[in-house]
Ligand binder design. Sequence first.
Ligand code: THU
Length: 132
Amino acid sequence: MQYFAELEKLLDASSAPYSGFNVASIVVSKSGEHFNGVNVESVAYPTTMCAERTAIFSAIASGIKRGEIREVHILARNVEKNLIAAFPCGSCRQVIAEQSGNEAKVYVYASQKDISEHTISELLPHAFFSLD
Ligand code: THU
């Protein structure tokens, strides 16, 4: 299933006054629930949070358990207001790997019709999972 219309609407909730780069993410749990995320920027730049982690943290805060994230959908719009394919950053890949039991599918939207599908293990090979 694709979530283009919902993602496009969600882009307007992104708070990105510094970069002008809006990102929206919808996370789907194994039980079929949906959780929204947008990037939220801060004038103290490193405290900015990405859309993907916002969506995953919302899912966890709503009771979704570690390992139960199934899909991560991502749509982005650049400062010129053009849609652009955006892959998750390294930090988001780590969180996606952990919270999906390394099984999530990641859907990167370039447009309504151009959607690429990736596994998280393809995007983050040899993920770090354990202190043992
Ligand atoms: N950003 C995301 O929200 N997700 C990504 O996967 C890449 C980057 C945000 C962070 C920042 O607000 C803006 O995009 C530019 O880096």
